[in-house]
Ligand binder design. Structure first.
Ligand SMILES: Cc1ncc(COP(=O)(O)O)c(C=O)c1O
Length: 387
């Protein structure tokens, strides 16, 4: 056999492969672990959204190839959502495209903007796909550490000027996975100004804007006047509406960037099933009261998990958005050694922070996406633990 392509040889195992293996090994010993590992909502997709699938599945036109950019009705629904939720006006024909989940668009974006040897600037820690997409396109990632004391906001002053001049793309993600950090509009104004100063494509991953607590309302980067000159934003219904399994997302913003992504995608995939786009339309129109109710379930879990971690001496803080608790491990442990200890001694799975990049070393991430009885059991297992 010839050699696999270098891009495949270079691939690290996907983040959760090791966790899945550890869980399987415990299961083989007859032990059921409680997993705070993967961020994948346990709560079902709402009935109104499932009804849209029932209806959509029976429409013959939906049995044929969809268009890559998405149904006009889907793009219109995204446009109305952005107007209602963020006060952002979009042109559905040129500034909105649908995605087979945000991950797909995030990975393919690099093919639009990165040539071999180009630089992409990414936060560290971060959702791994920013870097992997860049690597697939032959580019290199310059990581900028996120610091707890700076509220995990990527500090543009930490990017060397020569790197900024050479770079093509800048990735940001607020509300942030894995840290749970949030950014305000002032921060986004600075980001847009920075991208303009250094002639960067600004890519904002906004997958968690709707998963917020305690009255916090997350902004879109497109609320910054002039942001659409340089920015494209990725939106997802996965976490907002418990739809990870259906794969519905959107990219919105600068029309040239959106068009580039549409052209790449139209050569790779044949779009998102139209019946699923119809679910997406329904989900984009969910009443705020439904979203608030869904977030309230996570808020209750968040408060209980943070309290349990504090009780065993971990200084977990309470995030105002996302499904994640990000907390420092005790002195003397790495993120992996602490996660292993928790699995070995308590049969509880957490994600080592270093899996999200070197600056995640010293932290673990706990996801709130397991049923309440599992949350109870996880808390029972860790309470009273001496670490
Ligand atoms: C920061 C971030 N971006 C993107 C995604 C992918 O979202 P989707 O399910 O829409 O592909 C995730 C999923 O966990 C995520 O955490």
């Amino acid at each position: 056999m010839p050699k696999l392509a270098r891009r495949v040889q270079q691939l690290p195992p996907y983040l959760f492969v090791n966790i899945s293996r550890a869980i399987a090994a415990k299961k083989a010993q007859g032990i059921d672990v409680v997993s705070f590992g993967i961020g994948d909502p346990d709560i079902p997709t709402p009935d109104t959204v499932l009804d849209a699938l029932d209806r959509g599945a029976r429409k013959t036109p939906n049995h044929r190839y969809p268009e890559s950019e998405g149904l006009p009705e889907f793009r219109q629904a995204v446009t109305e959502f952005y107007a209602r939720r963020f006060g952002v006006e979009l042109d559905p024909a040129s500034e909105v495209i649908n995605l087979i989940g945000a991950k797909e668009g995030i990975a393919h974006a690099a093919l639009c903007f990165i040539d071999p040897g180009d630089i992409s600037i990414s936060p560290d820690p971060a959702y791994p796909v920013y870097e992997i997409g860049t690597m697939f396109a032959g580019g290199e990632t310059h990581f900028v550490p996120l610091h707890e004391e700076k509220g995990y906001l990527l500090d543009f002053d930490e990017i060397p000027t020569d790197v900024a001049r050479k770079a093509k793309t800048l990735w940001l993600n607020y509300p942030n996975n894995p840290t749970g950090a949030v950014a305000d509009l002032k921060y986004f104004e600075n980001a847009v100004a920075y991208a303009k100063e250094f002639d960067l494509y600004l890519l904002h991953d906004a997958c968690y804007t709707e998963v917020t607590f305690d009255g916090y309302v997350a902004p879109s980067i497109l609320q910054v006047p002039g942001a659409a000159d340089v920015a494209m934003e990725f939106h997802s219904l996965s976490k907002t509406a418990n739809m990870t399994g259906w794969r519905v997302g959107a990219a919105v913003g600068n029309s040239e960037m959106v068009d580039a992504l549409m052209r790449v995608k139209s050569n790779i995939d044949s779009g998102l099933s139209q019946a699923i786009q119809e679910m997406g339309i329904e989900a984009l129109n969910l009443p705020q009261a439904w979203i608030d109710g869904n977030n309230e379930i996570y808020r209750r879990r968040r408060d209980r998990v943070v309290a349990a971690l504090n009780e065993i001496g971990l200084e977990a803080t309470t995030p105002t958005a996302t499904l994640y608790i990000w907390t420092r491990v005790p002195e003397g442990y790495t993120s992996a050694s602490f996660a292993e200890k928790m699995l070995r001694e308590r049969d509880v799975v957490v994600t080592p922070g270093a899996s999200y990049g070197p600056s995640g070393e010293g932290y673990i991430r706990l996801s709130l996406t397991i049923p309440d009885d599992q949350i109870d059991e996880g808390i029972r297992r860790i309470s009273g633990w001496r670490v």
